[in-house]
Write a protein that binds this ligand. Structure first.
Ligand SMILES: Cc1cc2nc3c(=O)[nH]c(=O)nc-3n(C[C@H](O)[C@H](O)[C@H](O)COP(=O)(O)OP(=O)(O)OC[C@H]3O[C@@H](n4cnc5c(N)ncnc54)[C@H](O)[C@@H]3O)c2cc1C
Length: 166
């Protein structure tokens, strides 16, 4: 089944953010981002009969002829000496903007290896599901030298609730 057929089957309407009808409609839920987090919760809400608007900053890959298939890995993880354009990175689903790494108290610009567009990083991930450590649930404590970092102090659930027998 092609991505566009899947979109149609799931009742998805692809629209531009300038579409007046989309902007003026009152939605039950608006979900920002379409990765595992947003896509999963938005899909569950829609299955439960709610109207859901997904807002995705990248392009849609449903039926998009521009999306890179086949050779897309070259654009996703380019050789440092190759000349892959930012546009081609995004056609392959890779975010091409810069963010700042402030881990050591000094802001260093980096281009993170994250996804953009329908599926987000979840469309690229390697499917390794590692068990989490208790400290993973209180992430800010691991970055004492980066007060500006926006990692949360703690998750809304604890390690004990996630792994009751540990
Ligand atoms: C190459 C790669 C390999 C990985 N391998 C593994 C692995 O093996 N095991 C593992 O556990 N994890 C892995 N990860 C990490 C894992 O993929 C992510 O943690 C997970 O996909 C995050 O899901 P998410 O829904 O939170 O975010 P994402 O899937 O990244 O979705 C976020 C979405 O939000 C959109 N967005 C962001 N900001 C805005 C905005 N302001 N407005 C509108 N839309 C916005 C983005 O474009 C994106 O589509 C990997 C990641 C990558 C990139």
């Amino acid at each position: 089944m092609s991505a566009s057929e899947l979109g149609e089957r799931e009742g998805l309407i692809m629209a531009d953010s300038r579409d007046k009808q989309i902007i003026e409609k009152t939605w039950d839920f608006i979900v920002i981002g379409t990765g595992m987090g947003g896509g999963t919760i938005g899909h569950a809400l829609a299955q439960g009969g709610k109207s859901v608007l997904f807002c995705e900053r990248g392009r849609s890959y449903f039926g998009n002829q521009e999306a890179l298939a086949g050779d897309f890995l070259d654009a996703l993880v380019p050789n440092p000496h190759s000349n892959i354009s930012d546009r081609d990175k995004e056609r392959a689903g890779r975010f091409s903007g810069q963010i700042f790494d402030a881990t050591n108290g000094r802001k260093v610009p980096i281009q993170p290896m994250i996804g953009i567009g329908t599926g987000g990083s979840s469309a690229l991930y390697g499917m390794v599901m590692e068990r989490m450590f208790p400290q993973d649930f209180e992430p800010a404590a691991s970055f004492p030298n980066a007060p500006e970092a926006n990692v949360p102090a703690r998750w809304p659930i604890s390690s004990c609730r996630r792994h009751p027998r540990s």
